[in-house]
Design a protein. Structure first.
Length: 501
């Protein structure tokens, strides 16, 4: 009964006219930036953070959440129609989705992607509603030692699940941790690595880092040469799958939903890893693996379901522990702090309307997306024809205005430019920036809880292994490290990500 009453509170909160409006704005913006390659949910949310200052906490978080899972929907449109994923998590969808479009079944592919996304998003949101309160109860038993061990596990897992080289992912995480210590020591008040610049006494601007590394760097990469956008608009075909197509998509959709729901909770996993893993699973168990890469319905339904389920369940560690599972969730942590909401297990008890309002809005947002997406395919197709050289000055101006408005500090603009160049260099070196952002967000919390635990334990480091929950989390960290370094696991990990390349 508690679940029903809590969901009633959530729907009452999310169903207010103001919150419905911001949910609609969020999913439309999410679809838009998902459709337009080269922007992405992370950069968009980073740019919109300053706007949320003027909104109520629940309205701003509902809008930002809508942008995130809306982008998963929109990314599939470009992946299918022009073989250019709008979101990284839609890269796998392009393999078979584009081939279906070339066969005159673009409408079917778009419908399969939308239906799979809606089903997975709805189921995953139900899991969030069921699991989040249970994890909140467990999280209330956490002390400084437990939080330190949990964040250490999260960082190690993020390294293990990151794309590409493990060594590069480790280096990016360490770089993020180092950037996170810039500012004033929380216990002694001593400036650290500020180089005498008082503007950095409170640390580097989170928004400037996120916009630079994810926004400006992506713009620079796209300006290397505009890609060919040959949009398949002449043969969209029927927007409703045939009975055979529906039959072919059911099992992959169910498997993708379960796989994505599980992987979305893991730090560094989320929607991207879920879609890659789902495609690999479907190809391995298929009776006709030769169809994959040539226009398989399962190759669209599975990954699309997985990436949307992963996007929804990544909210679980955020809402219960205050720990971000991916860069977008790290931005959500920043948005909560900006609004005066302390992320963690106390949110559900102290602000139940906010907690359950966000969860209920996910159902509403997914319903909005399925209603809006298919009828507006023609509009999204026309947007794809806008040249990138027209878009990027507008995006850069929006980035600069947004970052400056946070603190009205010119140094933040310098930081955006610097982080943008750094992000571009890292992309050229094939270093994934996601571990950097997670390290930057978790670094100060990791240090704070480490020092607090040592103070409470009177300097005895065994406090981390004598407390059962902390010891268990440290044990899991060691297991992840050992498994990550096993040659067979490393080979299999590389295979999973190479399937979409």
């Amino acid at each position: 009964m508690d679940l029903i009453s809590n969901l009633g509170l959530g729907f009452a909160t999310a169903g207010s006219p103001t919150n419905l409006l911001f949910c609609l704005i969020g999913v439309i913006l999410g679809t838009l930036i998902g459709v337009l390659p080269g922007i992405g949910a992370t950069a968009t949310i980073a740019m919109l953070l300053p706007i949320t200052f003027q909104l109520e906490p629940v309205s701003s978080l509902i809008m930002l959440a809508g942008i995130y899972y809306g982008a998963q929907y929109g990314g599939s449109t470009t992946a299918i129609l022009i073989n250019m994923p709008g979101e990284s998590s839609s890269a796998v969808t392009a393999i078979d989705g584009y081939q279906l479009a070339r066969k005159g079944k673009a409408g079917t592919a778009l419908a399969v992607a939308a239906l799979g996304s809606f089903f997975a998003g709805s189921v995953a949101t139900l899991l969030v509603a069921i699991l989040a309160p249970l994890l909140t109860i467990v999280a209330l038993k956490f002390g400084a030692a437990e939080y330190f061990s949990l964040m250490l596990l999260g960082l190690v897992a993020a390294i293990a699940l990151a794309h590409g080289s493990i060594l590069k992912a480790l280096a990016m995480t360490v770089l993020g941790l180092l950037l996170g210590v810039v500012g004033t020591d929380i216990y002694t008040g001593t400036p650290r690595f500020t180089f005498g610049i008082t503007a950095y006494a409170d640390g580097l601007n989170f928004v400037a880092l996120a916009v630079g590394v994810f926004g400006i760097a992506e713009i620079l990469r796209n300006l290397e040469g505009e890609q060919d956008r040959t949009v398949l608009t002449t043969k969209l075909g029927s927007l409703w799958p045939s009975r055979a197509d529906l039959k072919a998509m059911i099992a992959p959709m169910l498997r993708g939903t379960l796989l994505g729901s599980a992987l979305g909770i893991l730090p560094g996993g989320g929607a991207i890893l879920a879609s890659f893993a789902s495609y690999t699973v479907e190809k391995r168990i298929s009776k006709t693996p030769e169809e994959f890469g040539k226009g398989s319905i399962a190759g669209v339904a599975g990954p699309e379901s997985a990436n949307n389920a992963g996007a929804q369940t990544s909210f679980i560690p955020l809402l219960t522990l205050g720990i971000p599972a991916n860069p977008v969730m790290a931005l959500m942590v920043g948005a909560m702090i900006i609004q005066g909401v302390v992320p963690g297990p106390n949110v559900a008890a102290e602000q139940p309307a906010l907690f359950w309002g966000i969860i209920a809005s996910m159902w509403i947002g997914n319903l909005m997306l399925i209603v809006l997406n298919l009828p507006l395919i023609g509009l999204w197709v026309k947007l794809l024809t806008v040249p990138y050289h027209v878009l990027f000055p507008i995006i850069m101006a929006f980035c600069s205005i947004g970052v400056y408005s946070v603190n009205s500090n010119v140094y933040d603009l310098y930081a955006v430019a610097g982080f943008g160049l750094m992000g571009y260099v890292l992309m050229k070196l094939r270093c994934e920036p996601a571990p950097l952002l997670l390290g930057f967000v978790l670094g100060p919390l990791l240090e704070e809880n480490l020092r607090r635990a040592m103070i409470l334990g009177r300097g005895d480091p065994t406090t981390f292994v004598t407390r059962p929950i902390s010891a268990t989390l440290l044990g899991l960290t060691v297991i992840v490290l050992i498994v990550m370094l096993l040659p067979q696991v490393s080979k299999k990990r590389a295979e999973v990500f190479s399937e979409a390349e």
